[in-house]
Design a protein around this ligand. Sequence first.
Ligand SMILES: [Zn+2]
Length: 163
Amino acid sequence: MKLYRIKRSKIDNKGRGLYAAKDIKKGTKILDYKGKIITNKQVDESDKYDNGKPIYLFTLNKRYTLDGDFSWNTAGLINHSCNPNSQYDGKGLKIWITAIKDIKRGEEFTCDYGFGYDEDYRQFPCKCGAKNCCGFIVREESRWRINKKFAMSNKKKLINNSH
Ligand SMILES: [Zn+2]
């Protein structure tokens, strides 16, 4: 039985997301993130990837990247959240989605897209609705740059990293 169902989602502007078809325990693999393996050189050279936000691109290693920008990649429907319940995992040339919390039937699966903070961040507003939503799709470590209320927890990290 599939662990997910495709349904309308308020988070995504395309209007769809993946939802838990049953209760799921933390640590459960939900589905594979499918795509085509391309070389990092192709990413650098093709216009298709000439976009500061590689939403569907995962660097696998020094040589290869997974391009998941295909309609048959169901996991590509998973939306970003500032308080995600799932994450992207990978080994070798494979990527999959793992639950990082216990997830109740009917909840939407969400991941942190991990976007960096740069001058384009305003192009990607976040509608996740989480209490800690910073308003834009930016990875957790960079959210303090957008909203000072995230600064406290981040200061510690900065000190630890001795930046
Ligand atoms: Zn958010």
